[in-house]
Design a protein around this ligand. Structure first.
Ligand SMILES: [Zn+2]
Ligand SMILES: [Zn+2]
Ligand SMILES: [Zn+2]
Length: 460
């Protein structure tokens, strides 16, 4: 039986081969960074018969500050994800009684199991059929049969040599292949070969193909996550989301933030290719984001994009960042105080209070903004709020509609149409004193955030 020394085959980590190092514990990150920095590209085991497992990884133990099985399970989990490659190093035999690897083989009679066997040239006396070791025939320089005591004279005519064989001193069996048993030098027990536990041990080397991916995971990615968190985003790495099609998608980094006015979702995809990121990668990412319904899309590409992919990305309003660009964004420093998260209820009694509120949230506000749509038509937006959070520029189209009774569908429809023509996807509608049922249903379908307000005081 072959038992693998691999521990920690946790299904959660193995089911996602691309799992992120960011979610990893410090030790793993330390091991990988050290391997990269110091160019330790292979971690080899060292045999140690005194230890319980029989081997250890001195370099990894030194880096990780832990010993034995824990080291092996960290390296195996990295190997399961293709970050390290596992090479066969040796196979150890382990005593099934006491687990020691201090095992010595011994040969035994294949018939009776006795250890009292001799090895040598075996002769057969034709006359009496006696078969025995040559040394047992020798007597004063002649061959005398120990059974019938006749002299053996001519090989081939009265006796023959059967070759080098073994003979059991206990049961006289003559045989070619002895039985191997293993003596444990620790607990002294004797174990048949098929009952021995075999343990494969491996050396681990760095998977060069994963190098740029890993460099990204270890350096800019945690910084990007931190950057987003500082700006009030909730960040989920490796987020699983269900699309409108029913399919489940995984977004490398999902950043979500509700600032009280609009809920922002940013899908960040990470594409690392050996050469250049291809068009199909951009398609995949764009399809995913579309199916989930996320319009703020950022794609981090290492090393860069092909020209046709670049063109498609800009058409689809995907912001593409190479690691260099990302570093520029990340070094832009901590957010201004106005960009800190404020958990105050979105309440306002007048339009001027609303604008005040938006400004406090860090928006640039333009009232009665004249904006040209894609159709060429000029539109008037009650409020156009813009905010650059360093990574994405958010535009919100806001419509304010006041009437004696609930606002009807046609008004909301007009507003949505306008926003669509301008190309703004974050939409807020303020309805005084409220919305009709059809109008509300429409806003839900069109993802328009609605604030129903009883009355609005004239701005002063
Ligand atoms: Zn025997
Ligand atoms: Zn004989
Ligand atoms: Zn033992």
């Amino acid at each position: 039986m072959v038992e693998d020394n691999r521990l920690g085959n946790d299904p959660e980590t193995t089911s996602t081969p691309q799992a992120i190092v960011g979610g990893e514990d410090e030790k793993t990150v330390k091991l990988l960074s050290q391997m990269l920095e110091t160019n330790v590209l292979e971690i080899k085991p060292q045999l140690d018969y005194a230890s319980e497992s029989g081997y250890f990884y001195p370099v990894a133990e030194q880096i990780l500050g832990v010993k034995g099985g824990e080291v092996v399970s960290i390296m195996d989990s990295l190997a399961d994800r293709g970050i390290l490659k596992r090479d066969f190093f040796d196979r150890l035999l382990r005593c099934p009684q006491c687990q020691s690897i201090n095992m010595r083989p011994s040969t035994h009679c294949s018939k009776c199991g006795s250890g009292d066997i001799a090895r040598g040239r075996v002769l057969e006396h034709f006359l009496c059929k006696y078969v025995g070791l040559e040394e047992d025939f020798v007597s004063k320089g002649r061959y005398i049969c120990p059974k019938c005591h006749q002299e053996l004279r001519t090989i081939g005519s009265d006796y023959q040599s059967l070759g080098l064989l073994r003979k059991c001193r206990s049961c006289d069996e003559v045989f070619h292949i002895p039985l191997i048993k293993w003596r444990c030098l620790k607990c002294n027990s004797l174990t048949a070969e098929d009952k021995i536990t075999e343990v494969n041990i491996y050396s681990y080397r760095f998977n060069e193909e994963k190098k740029s991916w890993l460099e990204f995971e270890l350096q800019p990615k945690p910084q990007l996550v931190e950057f987003l968190k500082q700006r009030g985003y909730e960040v989920t790495e490796h987020a699983t989301m269900k699309g409108r099609s029913g399919a489940e998608h995984i977004i490398d980094i999902l950043a979500t933030r509700d600032d009280g006015v609009v809920t922002y979702n940013i899908a960040i995809g990470v594409k690392i290719a050996g050469d250049e990121v291809a068009l199909s990668d951009i398609f995949d990412f764009d399809d995913k984001a579309y199916d989930i319904g996320i319009h703020d899309k950022i794609l981090v590409v290492v090393p860069g994009l092909r020209r046709e992919a670049e063109k498609f990305a800009s058409q689809q309003r995907i912001k593409v960042l190479e690691v260099r660009d990302l570093e520029t964004v990340l070094s832009s420093g901590a957010p201004k105080p106005s960009e800190e998260i404020k958990k105050e209820p979105f309440e306002f009694k007048s339009k001027s209070q609303l604008i005040e509120y938006l400004k406090r949230l860090g928006y640039q506000v333009e009232e009665n903004a004249e904006v040209q749509g894609r159709s060429g038509a000029k539109h008037n937006l009650d409020i156009l709020a813009t905010k650059d959070d360093g990574l994405v520029i958010h535009h919100i189209a806001m419509g304010i509609e006041a009437a004696e009774k609930p606002i009807e569908l046609d008004k909301v429809f007009d507003f949505d149409d306008k926003a669509y023509d301008i190309g703004i996807l974050d939409k807020v509608f303020i309805a005084i004193p409220g919305l009709s049922r059809e109008a509300r249903q429409f806003t839900q379908r069109q993802k328009i955030r609605v604030f129903e307000v009883k009355e609005l005081e004239p701005s002063g």
